[in-house]
Write a protein that binds this ligand. Sequence first.
Ligand SMILES: [Zn+2]
Length: 433
Amino acid sequence: MIFKFGKKPEQPAEREYRDEEEYELVKFKGATNGNDPNLHRAQRLVDAGLEPAKELVTDALLRRSELIRIDPKGAQSQVTLFIDGMPYSGGRLGKQESMAIVQMLKLLAGLDIKIRNQRQKSGLRAALEDDSYELELTVAPTDAGERLIIRVKDLSLELNTVEDLGGNVDHKQKLRDLLSDNGFLAIVGPPNSGVTTAAHAVMRGLDPYLNQMFSLGDIGDKELDNITPFEPEPGEELDESLRRLVRQEADIIFHSGIKDAETASTLLKWAKEVSIVTEYAAQNAAAGLVQLIEWSQKPELVAETVRGVIGIKLIRRLCPACKQVFKPNPSFLAKAGLPDDLGQLSRAAPRGEDIELCDECDGFGFRGRAAAFEVVEMNDAMKQLVQNKPSADEIQRLARKEGMLTLQKDALRLVAEGVTSLDELQRAFRSKK
Ligand SMILES: [Zn+2]
C-alpha cells in the first residue's frame, strides 16, 4: 500500500507517503477510443501530472476502489474513493496538482484537454501487477472546475457466476424455472448497485448447449462467452432486431438494460415469442414490476408476459482472513429472525489504534461483495393484482403472503452462512444503495 490509510477508514485520511516501501505503479495502456495521445507534445503536462496521476490511481486500485471521484472545491479538490459501495476520503489535492492530474488522465484517455466546459467520456486501459483494469472516465464542468469520475472495471474480478455472488442451488433452480418458457424476466437493483454485474453472472450460468442465446445492446467488456452478441443492421430499430432474432430461433435474448418506455414496451411485446432477460434500475423487485406497468401502460401485457422480477442487493463480505466468529445467545438470534440453534455467527474484526491492520482487507474488515436475491413471481394471484396497477407495497405484501423469497430473508441466509455480519446487513438496508 502506498498511502498510509490510518486506523479508522471512515475518517477522512490525509494522503501520506510511505517512503520506505518499494511499490509498483499502475501502467496506463492506452485509450479505449483509440485516440492515443502524443505525450511528447504535452511534455509540461506530463512532467506535472503523470506521476501524481499514477500514484492516485495506484492507491485507489490497491484499495480495491470501484469508483474514484475528484471534486474541485475552492483552493483544493476532494478525492473520494468508493470501496464495496462505501465512500471513503482519498485525501485532498491542491488546485494545481488536481488540475494536472485531471488533464493528464483526460489526455491518456484520448479526450480533448482543451475542452473544459463540456462533459466528456472515454476509457483508459490500465494494469497493476498481474491485474488488468479498464478505467471509465467522465469529466463534467462544475462552477469550481472540472469534476472527474473514474469507474473502475476490474477485468480479473471473479464475480462471474451466481455462486460467486453468494447464490446457491435454490437460486439457480429458480432461475431455470423462470427461463423455462417464453416470457420476460427482469433483474433490478438500485442505481450503481452492481445490478449489471449480477445480471451478467446470471446469464453466464445458463447452459449454451440447451439454449441459443443472444445479447442485444452494449454489454461492455465483460465477456459473456456462452452468448452470441447480435449485431443490428445500421439504423435498425429494436423491434426489427427482435423480429430477426425470433426468426433465427433464439431461445433467450439478453437485453443490456432498459432506460425508456419505448424499449420496455417493445421487449414486453416480443416476450410472447421468446424468453427475454433484461436489467434496469429499481429499488427492489416490487418497484421493478411497478416500473414495467408504468413504462408500458399495459397492465394486461405485463401480467401476460412477465414471468418474474429478481431484485438484487449487494452486501459486503466479511474478510475471511480477519473476521471473528462468536457464539450468539438464542434471544439475540430470535430477535434478528435467525434460527435459534445457529451455533455461530461472524462479525468484522474490531478496529483500533493498537490493532495491526489486516493485509487482506487493509483493516476494512470486509472484502468483496455477495448478493441477496428476492423474486416476485407472476403467479395467478400476482397477475390479478397487476391488472389493478398496484403500488410497490401492495406487490410486496402479496409476494410475502405467497411465500416468495424476500431480500431481507435471503440476506439473513448470508448472515447464517457467516458470509456477512448482522451489523453490515443493518447498514446495507438503511442505505439506499
Ligand atoms: Zn481482513
